[in-house]
Design a protein around this ligand. Structure first.
Ligand code: NDP
Ligand code: 2IT
Length: 444
């Protein structure tokens, strides 16, 4: 049996009931086959793949807090420190009822390669909790965040592990967590990114994932003979990534006609009104029904359906496994040119293969959404030098990083005879640097 197959089998046997983690490992290891096969003896002896698929350590802890009725609630908190070969652990905190160890592990594993692709010195980690911020009062969210950080603060630090936002964790939650870290540890340091601008946050971090997604998409389109102007774009999600992806796509002259949330989706043939979307989602924290109610051109539909709308570019920006094989077939039948993942692993393996086989340009999340974490690393740099850069400076660095990522994965794919396979390109380019660093640092 090949080394890759052996490790895949072992990962599944050792980590039962973690299907998302298996999926992420399968995608990465399958596309690394040509690299591993070229160095099979060395990597096997080094147990390199075993070391990359086993987290450095993982924390799971109780998070008790008191709700507005005086009732004690108990959630579970997680932080997985996956790999710090090239820098301190770095990755977001997801607050969503679906969170479990397998989901945090898939996200942490992806983060290793994504962070490597940014070219910046950051390792891979991820955390979160099954707490649901939806429908909670600000006081309840604060109580949860303080309790969560009371435990998490033992394991993190500006040079050790630097968490940030993800689904359900935005500026409000980061603020409460930063306050509690400072209170307990007594240090004012850049231990979290995505902070408010008044206490060490970076300009353009809020916009970075969505903007970065469009910078990479534009470069991929350009290198394949297409431009963004007048393209019809379907976006899923209506959170941080989706909102700023919509904004940047429109700035590039494309028209975004859909967004969605966990209960339904909106089709707006006139183009999504970003100011209204921001008001509904960022200020009111309301459902998309409110967007549709305020916008005569918009139609609201219950359930899923974004990918049934004819488009040139599809940008899944909600969550994992939200673009399935039937959606991929519909996109291809409707003449879709490109899919770029704003979310982490939103496309199933089957749907990804189908899109690639049908010549749809496909940019995987670990490359396409790397602008968020890259700008987090820029926030860390600004915190270290105790300076703040202008919006334009951060945004132009972000754009450079995304264009470079695209060319790195394009080159890596070509080097291994897989031209145009950006999934393989991203995994190979991300892996090479981490593999070298792991081996150079010895058996630890
Ligand atoms: P937000 O919490 O801001 O928004 C998430 C959006 O996705 C919401 O519209 C939400 O709907 C929808 N959503 C979440 N879970 C589900 C679900 N199970 N089914 C259907 N819809 C769902 O999160 P972000 O925008 O920050 O994150 C979106 C994706 O991008 C995630 O995969 C995240 O890991 C990834 N990402 C985020 C980065 C960042 O910097 N924030 C960086 C890189 C990747 P509702 O409002 O109804 O819950
Ligand atoms: O998935 C991701 O890359 C993020 N949620 C952002 C992580 C970060 O540290 O900014």
């Amino acid at each position: 049996m090949s080394y890759v197959d052996e490790v895949l089998e072992r990962v599944i046997a050792k980590n039962p009931a973690e299907p998302e983690f298996h999926q992420a490992v399968k995608e990465v290891l399958n596309s690394l086959r040509p690299v591993i096969e070229a160095n099979e003896e060395k990597y096997r002896k080094e147990a390199l793949l075993e070391r990359l698929t086993e987290p450095d350590r993982q924390f799971k802890f109780r998070v008790p807090w008191v709700d507005d009725q005086g009732q004690v609630q108990v959630n579970t908190g997680y932080r997985v420190q996956f790999n710090n070969a090239i820098g301190p652990y770095k990755g977001g905190l997801r607050l969503h009822p679906s969170v479990n160890l397998g989901i945090i592990k898939f996200l942490g594993f992806e983060q290793i390669f994504k962070n490597s692709l940014t070219g910046l010195p950051i390792g891979g980690g991820k955390g979160g909790s099954d707490f649901d911020p939806k429908g909670k009062s600000d006081r309840e969210v604060m109580a949860f965040c303080q309790s969560f950080m009371t435990e998490l603060c033992k394991y993190i630090g500006a040079d050790t592990d630097v968490p940030a936002g993800d689904i359900g964790t935005g500026a409000r939650e980061i603020g409460y967590m930063f306050g509690q870290y400072k209170k307990i540890r007594g240090v004012y340091e850049g231990v979290l990114t995505g902070k408010g601008l008044s206490y060490g946050g970076s300009l353009a971090r809020t916009e970075a994932t969505g903007y970065g997604l469009l910078y990479l998409t534009e470069e991929m389109m350009k290198c394949n003979g297409h431009e963004m102007k007048d393209k019809i774009v379907c976006i899923s999600g209506s959170g941080n990534v989706a909102i700023y992806a919509t904004q940047k796509a429109q700035q590039m002259g494309a028209k975004v006609v859909t967004v969605s949330d966990s209960t339904g989706w909106v089709y707006d043939p006139e183009g999504i009104d970003v100011a209204l979307l921001k008001e509904v989602k960022e200020v009111k924290r309301a459902r998309l029904t409110e967007y549709a109610a305020a916008r005569p051109s918009a139609q609201y539909h219950e359930g899923r359906g974004v990918w049934s709308v004819k488009c040139d570019i599809a940008l899944p920006c909600a969550t994992q496994n939200e673009l399935l094989i039937d959606d991929a077939k519909e996109l291809v039948a409707n003449g879709c040119i490109a899919v770029a993942e704003g979310a982490n692993m939103p496309t199933t393996l089957e749907a990804t293969e189908y899109l690639q086989q049908n010549k749809v340009l496909f940019a995987p999340g670990k490359a396409a959404n790397a602008g968020g974490v890259a700008t987090s690393a820029l926030e860390m740099s600004q915190n270290s030098e105790r300076l703040s850069w202008s919006f334009e400076e951060v945004d132009s660095k972000l754009k450079n990083i995304m264009v470079n990522i695209f060319h790195n994965l394009d080159d890596a794919a070509k080097r291994y005879g897989k031209e145009g396979d950006y999934v393989a390109g991203a995994n190979i380019a991300g892996f090479e640097k981490v593999a070298e660093a792991v081996i150079a640092q010895g058996v630890i």
